[in-house]
Design a protein around this ligand. Structure first.
Ligand SMILES: *[C@@H]1O[C@H](CO)[C@@H](O)[C@H](O)[C@H]1NC(C)=O
Length: 440
């Protein structure tokens, strides 16, 4: 621990010298912003935001420490939307098993998946609680530490392929399940996907029911003996461009072929690539680059899955974690950690540590949002994004200082335009996922 701290400190100092991009250092390492307990755009945090977990669940079986959330669209046979459910990946054991930030003490207690039904627009009745998903046929003795997840829509009530990145004991793998709308609390295990290219998979986004892009957050992982104590930290802090995004095509589970039919590198030489998301139109991919406080946008060829061109890089005022498009709009929601030392203190279990949350929305295709210099934007937010970064404008959807009653360590946010609901997950938050009702 002391070694780890010393190395982290040295790396931190080195990085200040090395790294000339002042924004990242200033915004995410040196200065802590003065956030309120809770702010949600166009609603009231105090009256419109609720945790979706059930407070009577036991601590080991509760919905807390949630990394990713994703919508599951239930469509009719013609592809028309009927209902949208929320899935969440949570791991109450994250404090003793986290392959990204440490530690690696005890992989035994399982994490879990949850499903939640968003309330109708304008409904004022008490929101329902999320339900825990049972994993049917899951191999005995196989760990489950879910991180990034995504699910294909269901058409006319058919089952959906669900993929979940799992930071298991020996290596990180991707689990494939089937989930059917007639029984949304039972995910049937299909198979475990392994690959030498799954070095540190973090986030995935589907390009068909049987293919996806997956980001690897580091080349050096904490699993490496001894080196794992400091190489990943140096890789993060110095923003070394060593990692990559893959595209994976799978065989059908019933065929005798190898599980992974094809692997291609979609993007190489990236520093800490994290959340990845395919746009609803299928022609754009957004990728969060955590250690550079940037979101990269790529043009995609839907026929070949090649990322043909990097169109732009947008600076965000925090270390971005996950990104998600809002369906039916051109909006990308970016969620992250405004102060890196604070989240480290939370991971290290420092008494009283809290780490803030920040969610912004970016419209990458709006010409009016193009590079404007150090303009003023986002002025409704308690801490406006324009007080931290220049360039593309963005709008704050959510902020919290992470203190008691707020939400700490926000990792993913999603908006459902139909119900107006905003969901925010907290990687190390005791309440896991908070849902904010819209008053629009
Ligand atoms: C459900 O139907 C859709 C649309 O036909 C199809 O793409 C998908 O593969 C089906 N799901 C499964 C698990 O077979």
């Amino acid at each position: 621990m002391t070694l780890q701290r010393t190395v982290a400190l040295v790396a931190l100092i080195l990085s200040v010298i090395w790294y000339r991009s002042g924004d990242v250092i200033q915004n995410s390492i040196l200065f802590k912003s003065d956030f309120p307990v809770g702010y949600v755009a166009k609603s009231s945090y105090a009256t419109d935001c609720f945790p979706i977990g059930n407070p009577t669940d036991t601590p080991e079986e509760s919905l807390k420490y949630c990394e990713d959330i994703a919508f599951w669209d239930l469509l009719d046979n013609a592809g028309k939307a009927e209902q949208r459910l929320l899935l969440a990946s949570c791991d109450p054991g994250r404090r003793s098993w986290n392959t990204v930030m440490g530690p690696l003490h005890d992989p035994k207690p399982h994490g879990a998946l949850w499903v939640h039904v968003p309330p109708e627009r304008g409904s004022s009745s008490a929101p329902t609680k999320a339900q825990r998903i049972t994993l049917k046929n899951y191999p005995e003795g196989h760990d489950f530490h879910p991180l990034g997840l995504e699910i294909y829509p269901s058409y006319g009530g058919n089952s959906s392929n669900l993929y979940v990145i799992n930071h298991a004991r020996e290596r990180s793998v991707i689990e494939q399940f089937l989930l059917n709308p007639s029984d949304p609390t039972t995910a049937t295990y299909i198979r475990t996907l392994t690959s030498p290219y799954f070095i540190s998979p973090n986030s995935l986004t589907l390009t068909s029911p049987d293919s996806f892009y997956v980001s690897n957050d580091h080349l050096f992982t904490r699993r490496l003996p001894i080196l794992g104590l400091f190489l990943p930290i140096i890789e993060s802090i110095l923003a070394l461009p060593l990692s990559f995004v893959s595209h994976i095509d799978l065989s059908s589970p019933s065929s005798n072929d190898d599980t992974i039919l094809k692997h291609t590198f979609a993007s190489l030489f990236l520093p800490f690539p994290n959340g990845i998301s395919l746009s609803p139109s299928g022609t754009q991919v957004a990728l969060a680059v955590t250690s550079q406080n940037k979101v990269l946008f790529y043009e995609r060829d839907p026929a070949t899955n090649v990322l043909t061109k990097r169109t732009h890089a947008v600076s965000v005022p925090f270390c971005p974690d996950n990104v998600r498009w809002t369906h039916g709009t051109d909006e990308l929601i970016v969620t992250g950690h405004p102060h890196f030392p604070s989240i480290n203190a939370v991971v290290a279990n420092t008494k009283g540590a809290a780490s803030a949350s920040w969610v912004v929305s970016i419209n990458p295709n709006d010409a009016g949002d193009k590079l404007t210099g150090r303009g003023e934007f986002d002025l409704d937010a308690p801490v406006p994004a324009s007080s931290k970064v220049s360039g593309w404008s963005m709008t704050t959807l959510f902020q919290s200082d992470g203190s008691e009653g707020g939400l700490m360590t926000s990792s993913t946010a999603l908006k459902d335009p139909k119900s107006g609901v905003l969901y925010v997950s907290g990687l190390y938050d005791e309440r896991g996922v908070v849902m904010c009702r819209s008053v629009e």
